[in-house]
Design a protein around this ligand. Sequence first.
Ligand code: SF4
Length: 294
Amino acid sequence: MRNHESERAPAWLRRPVAERVGRGPARRAVAGLITVCEEARCPNRGRCMGDDNTATFLLMGPGCSRNCRFCSVSPGPAPLDDAEPEKVARAARDLGLKYVVLTSTTRDDLADGGARHLAATVEAVRKTLPDAEVEVLAPDFGGSLPSVDRLAKAPLAVFGHNVETVPRLYEEVRPGADYRRTLDVLARAAEAGATTKSAMMVGLGEEESEVLAVLDDLRRVGVMAVAIGQYLRPSKRQMPVARFWEPRAFEELEAAAYAAGFVAAACAPFVRSSYRAGEIYRRLKTARKESGAS
Ligand code: SF4
């Protein structure tokens, strides 16, 4: 773990470097693109990039029009790179990926919030790499439902949109976001036929009862998969960790998520929103088949 909290993190958050970074042959092939795996120094990047043929690309960056207090992406959006969809598709092909996760900055400065650009990237990856599945971790598009529809109707495996934290902490943690709007985005994507997924962090000051209430809200709007991990402060610029949740508490959250009706739940200290994304997708796909959905 290389982040600002590493000096005081409890034992269960310390992993050997080899386990964290793994083989990761991917880095050379993504010149000019940002993978969230590397940018955020994700603790699972060895596993995903090395073993699961999965990588997460950050689109429409490097700057963001928001400034969430947990996030290491710099504020200040830049002009869109129209060639980015093709660049990502080529990188995914060169890496031999089987499961591609596309995430993005939030682009309140663009009329459609970047929906057209994201959908174009999904389409480019699918065209270049027809055997790969694509998951998008979408921004909230400022609540624009036509933008949600535009993306949800692209050939996606999973439409992800993260709730990130409990509603009481939104103003402090995610200024510019709105809890109700986040639920509306997820509801609309599910209505448009997408399989939806969400993720949040604990350790920002939330109570367990508030996390359980969020799980219920997510189920109410049709979310099928959830991921919950420990917030780790990327640097002194971001907010400090309020609490390190113990592994046992994550096990209890995972059990609660399954009891609430999620098809897939991943809750553990190192879990991030794209954690084992391909594996979770396969479970969602099986569940959809069993329920008779296409
Ligand atoms: S909107 Fe997303 S990328 Fe932008 S600052 Fe917030 S978490 Fe980071």
